[in-house]
Design a protein around this ligand. Structure first.
Ligand code: AMP
Length: 283
């Protein structure tokens, strides 16, 4: 496995390859959620490239960019064991090496699916995601790129960007990997104490309960959302700040009033000071 730090070396290395390239962009601190994407990429492609880059342009000022977990060495061990060919782990100065301040560089305005939800609670987040992902696509030129449904809105934003800008890459969405408790795996879970981590499973319980009520016949989105909000505030009180609980059309990401099989339940919270998102399908 080659661990590559510069764009030049990456380009030179990839130019030699003949065959399909599967690409998994990540911010590192890898867990089974990331690894499920890598395994899918390994199965589908001749070569697998994983990027590890904590992208400053998708963090809001004052949020957790500085404290985001960074574990490059152990990440590389995990990736090597899965048969990854290339890890691209550039420094910020390498990735954003043009001599202009970030604010005066080319920007990508994401499609309308970015407007609500994470787009509202984290200003410019998806602009930052689109910028780094398109730079990475231009560098890696993957055949297939793998993203988790954990970041459901991000998957929609990237799919729209690729379609709207005629980028020559297939976007492949993969299901959420959860802990046994139901908590969606996230690099940020490492911030919880053991007790907090167990308690955090209540987020999945709240979502599952809404889906169960829907199966029993409740289709009113407002009622189901209120049920989730009540469940979370009852359990966590002042330990939780709810960013949003929403039921949306899974293609447009617009809120719906009547739930059907195309609907998706999205939640974003700050729990014990840690930003978490999760989502569940109504099927
Ligand atoms: P991140 O390192 O958080 O930027 O995530 C990199 C990729 O891994 C994104 O496509 C995420 O959606 C995906 N991912 C993160 N957590 C999970 C999970 N629990 N299950 C599946 N995919 C995930």
């Amino acid at each position: 496995m080659n661990v590559i730090l510069t764009k030049e070396e990456l380009r030179a290395h990839l130019a030699e390859l003949r065959g399909s390239v599967g690409f998994v962009p990540t911010m590192g601190a890898l867990h089974e959620g990331h690894l499920s994407l890598v395994r899918a990429a390994r199965e589908d492609n001749d070569y697998v490239v994983v990027s590890i880059f904590v992208n400053p342009t998708q963090f809001e000022p004052g949020k957790d960019f500085d404290t985001y977990p960074r574990t490059l060495e152990s990440d590389c061990e995990l990736l090597k064991a899965l048969g990854v060919d290339v890890v691209f782990a550039p420094k910020i100065s390498e990735m954003y090496d043009t001599p202009r301040p970030l604010s005066s560089r080319t920007k990508i305005t994401p499609s309308a699916v970015a407007e609500l939800w994470e787009g509202e609670v984290r200003r410019n987040h998806f602009e930052g995601v689109c910028l780094v992902v398109s730079k990475l696509f231009n560098l890696v030129r993957p055949t297939n790129a793998y993203f988790g449904e954990k970041d459901f809105q991000q998957l929609a934003v990237i799919s729209d960007m690729v379609r709207d800008l005629d980028m020559d890459v297939a976007i492949i969405g993969r299901p959420i990997v959860r802990e046994e408790s139901g908590l969606a795996l996230s690099s940020r879970n490492s911030r919880f104490s053991a007790v907090q981590r167990l308690k955090a499973a209540a987020i999945f319980e709240a979502l599952s309960e809404a889906v169960a009520f829907n199966k029993e016949g409740e289709c009113n989105a407002e009622k189901l959302v209120a049920g989730v909000v009540d469940y979370l505030t009852d359990i966590f009180g002042s330990d939780i700040k709810i960013g949003y609980v929403a039921i949306v059309d899974s293609h447009t990401l617009q809120p719906v009033s009547i739930v059907d099989s195309r609907s998706r339940l999205l939640v974003s919270v700050e729990l014990f000071g840690v930003h978490l998102i999760d989502n569940l399908a109504f099927r």
